[in-house]
Design a protein around this ligand. Structure first.
Ligand code: SF4
Ligand code: SF4
Length: 318
């Protein structure tokens, strides 16, 4: 795989600082039952990195100390980590909103038969990747058999109330483009998704669009095809100043499977730790008494992926 960081080091992206910290985004490890082409984590079934209980306990302590409002669990497939359910249960006891970034097919993995009900019982918001409503496009990106399994998983979630009004169970779908283009309008695409998924009897809460980041597997593919520079130019040409105030790193920190802190998940994947102490890397256990509001954010050229067009974040368009 080609390294992308050397191509992103030199940047004229504007300096940004942290606002109020509200969200703890936690990457529980890189193991996943899938191996998607666009994956910025390079996750897959053979990855061994997995968060341990001691780190998960430190995260709960941090949530209490920093009065965190939202816990966003990602991976890999976060549900494969034995501490996933511990984190959900403990965070919900503190009335923290919990998001599970779910790849849908995980619901049919061995030992996960009760996962959907567990999520519902704890009112976890499910954000599910479904990069298109057309089978061919989904399977090109996520692998054979993934489309049918994803629809079956959505039906299972709908069956227990997810995506239905009045249940309090949020089911958001996440779209990202197939290739080196910006996502279309989130509002218009949501209408198209609703129409197509209605044919299968599937409902959902909202569609979130995400711009592909020129890093890891997607970035490497761009380099192989000679499309890296063109994609970066597209991101730069579509820079929107108004998106800068809302980039997600202003209100979240991202934690890796060992407990180290980054300004966002993308920086985590580029091994660019947050500059929050005089150490090269800051561990979450050393942040318990520290107010990080106003600290400078580590930026590189990939940050243009967050500000292009309608903007992009883990919560969709900005
Ligand atoms: S399901 Fe998600 S974490 Fe797993 S390989 Fe695909 S993009 Fe990566
Ligand atoms: S890539 Fe990360 S650090 Fe850069 S603007 Fe986006 S969220 Fe912030």
């Amino acid at each position: 795989m080609h390294a992308t960081l050397p191509l992103l080091e030199e940047t004229d992206f504007p300096a940004i600082r942290r606002g109020k910290l509200e969200t703890l985004q936690v990457n529980l490890g890189y193991r996943c039952n899938q191996q998607c082409l666009h994956c910025h984590v390079n996750a897959g079934p053979k990855r061994k990195e997995n968060m341990e209980r001691e780190t998960a306990e430190q995260l709960i302590e941090f949530i209490k100390a920093a009065n965190i409002k939202q816990l966003d669990l990602t991976g890999g497939a976060p549900e494969l980590n034995p501490n996933f359910r511990f984190l959900v249960i403990e965070a919900r006891k503190l009335d923290v909103h919990v998001i599970d970034r779910c790849n849908l097919t995980i619901l049919f993995e061995p030992d996960q038969e009760d996962l959907a009900q567990f999520l519902a019982d704890h009112q976890v918001e499910v954000v599910a990747s479904l990069p298109c409503y057309l089978k061919d496009n989904v399977e090109k990106q996520r692998g054979k058999g993934v489309f049918d399994a994803s629809l079956a998983a959505l039906k299972k979630l709908n069956h227990i109330g997810y995506g239905k009004q009045g249940t309090g169970l949020t089911l958001n779908l996440m779209y990202n483009p197939q290739g080196p283009t910006l996502p279309p309008s989130q509002v218009e695409l949501e209408i198209a998704y609703r129409e197509h998924l209605q044919d299968f009897g599937i409902v959902f809460s909202n569609l979130l669009t995400l711009t592909n980041m020129p890093i890891q597997r997607f970035g490497s593919t761009l380099i192989s095809k000679g499309e890296f520079e063109g994609y970066m130019q597209l991101l730069r040409d579509n820079f929107k100043q108004e998106n800068l105030n809302n980039v997600m790193c202003r209100s979240l920190i991202s934690i890796d499977w060992r407990g180290y802190v980054y300004d966002c998940d993308f920086n985590q994947m580029l091994n660019l730790p947050a500059m929050l102490s005089n150490q090269p890397k800051t561990h979450i256990k050393d942040l318990m008494q520290t107010n990080i509001d106003g600290k400078a954010i580590v930026i590189k050229d990939h940050c243009y992926g967050c500000t292009a067009g309608q903007g992009s974040s883990c919560g969709g368009a900005l």
